[in-house]
Design a protein around this ligand. Structure first.
Ligand SMILES: [Zn+2]
Length: 386
């Protein structure tokens, strides 16, 4: 067993700490909750094979139909779809409405910093023009900004406040409108590597939400600073409300084989999605996550903490789908992965109310010194992908 492990296990070169790298894609073992099989293949790659071979998509389609039949109402809305104006949520809303015959109430949670992102506004307007109903929330921006700041400084999570409202506010809306069905996009843990707990589970709970999507930080934590009223969009509904509603919170990726490129083409064709003209910061494609300036910072902190950035994330997806080879992936990662989103720096300082020095101190605090070293004022990789 030991020798076999040595033969199959691949590690990165150039650092003392042992970091495993997937033999198929390029995902590192630093990714939280990621596992590898005995052939040295990560859970996301294993899932990408299962999607093509053993997953019974016809059966899952039937399950979706059963959920839709269960929650289709006589009048009013049947399902809540959180939307960003991007490709994934546009595709899901369109399919739920026109393929599944549901009446979706789409919900957009506006982020303070990104509220005027031109592309985001254009896409949301197109979305509404294409016949969708949109419930837009502008949460208390002073509080959101403060929660984002706490997230950045304490956890290295630049949009923790926004993320919290993203995963909890739709539940609040669900209890108010009595719509027990909520449909999100992809389940990131299963699709991109992490826990495989939700691989065969169509719906999940509030506890799962806190564990997987908020890194275990329950927003109750902030009740020492803000009142329950003030934290309305950041707290889950009461246990009593949850019991009454019995919500079914699901991810579309459970029911249909998730493919970003397909979603993009679909949203362009049916919902009028517009693409960004230049490449997104820190990567080579121009359609993923076109919705804001905090996302590049979020992925930059992922790079600082775990040694893989936004480009790595995109490359791994494209290797799994067969779009690029592993060798091409290494080249792209070497070119883009370490990119610091410098062009937004002034906006970050303004948003988080930090001086440049304080901001850089936070960056230095979260940089993983086992994996990275500082050269010319920027954190670069000490290791080599092979
Ligand atoms: Zn992999």
């Amino acid at each position: 067993m030991g020798n076999e492990m040595l033969m199959t296990k691949k590690t990165v070169e150039g650092i003392e700490k042992e970091v495993q790298i997937c033999k198929e894609c390029l995902m590192l073992s630093t990714r939280p909750r990621l596992t590898y099989n005995e052939d040295g293949v990560c859970s996301a790659c294993q899932w990408s094979h299962e999607k093509k071979t053993t997953v019974d998509w016809a059966k899952r389609k039937e399950e979706l139909k059963a959920f839709c039949d269960k929650y289709r109402s006589e009048s009013g809305f049947d399902v809540i779809v959180p939307v960003s104006g991007g490709k994934d949520s546009s595709m899901i809303a369109h399919k739920l409405k026109y393929v599944c015959g549901m009446n979706p109430l789409c919900m957009n949670i506006n982020h303070y910093v990104d509220c005027n992102t031109e592309m985001n506004e254009i896409n949301l307007k197109n979305f509404v023009k294409n016949g969708f109903e949109l419930f837009r929330v502008y949460p208390n921006q002073k509080i959101e900004r403060d929660l984002d700041r706490i997230g950045l400084v304490q956890y290295g999570q630049p949009y923790f406040g926004w993320m919290t409202s993203m995963v909890l506010a739709p539940l609040k809306l669900a209890t108010k409108f009595n719509i027990p069905f909520i449909m999100y996009g992809e389940e990131g843990e299963v699709e991109y590597g992490g826990s495989t707990e939700l691989k065969n589970k169509p719906i999940y709970t509030v506890d799962d939400t806190v564990r997987f999507y908020l890194s275990g930080v329950h927003p109750n934590t902030y009740l020492d600073k803000y009142t329950e009223k003030e934290l309305y969009w950041w707290l889950p509904p009461s246990n009593e409300d949850i019991q009454k509603l019995q919500p079914a919170v699901a991810h579309w990726s459970y029911f249909e084989n998730w493919n970003s490129n397909y979603n993009y083409e679909y949203a362009k064709k049916y919902v009028g999605l517009k693409e960004q003209v230049s490449n997104s910061v820190g990567t080579y494609n121009n359609f993923a996550q076109t919705d804001g300036i905090l996302y590049p910072l979020h992925t930059y902190f992922m790079y600082l903490k775990f040694g893989f950035g936004r480009c790595s994330q995109d490359v791994c997806i494209d290797i799994r789908s067969g779009k690029i080879t592993r060798e091409e992936g290494i080249e792209l990662i070497n070119k883009y992965d370490e990119t610091y989103p410098e062009q937004f720096e002034e906006q970050y300082l303004e948003y988080y109310q930090l001086t440049k020095q304080e901001f850089y101190d936070v960056i230095d605090k979260f940089a993983n010194k086992d994996l990275l070293e500082k050269r010319n004022g920027r954190w670069v990789k000490k290791f080599k992908l092979v």
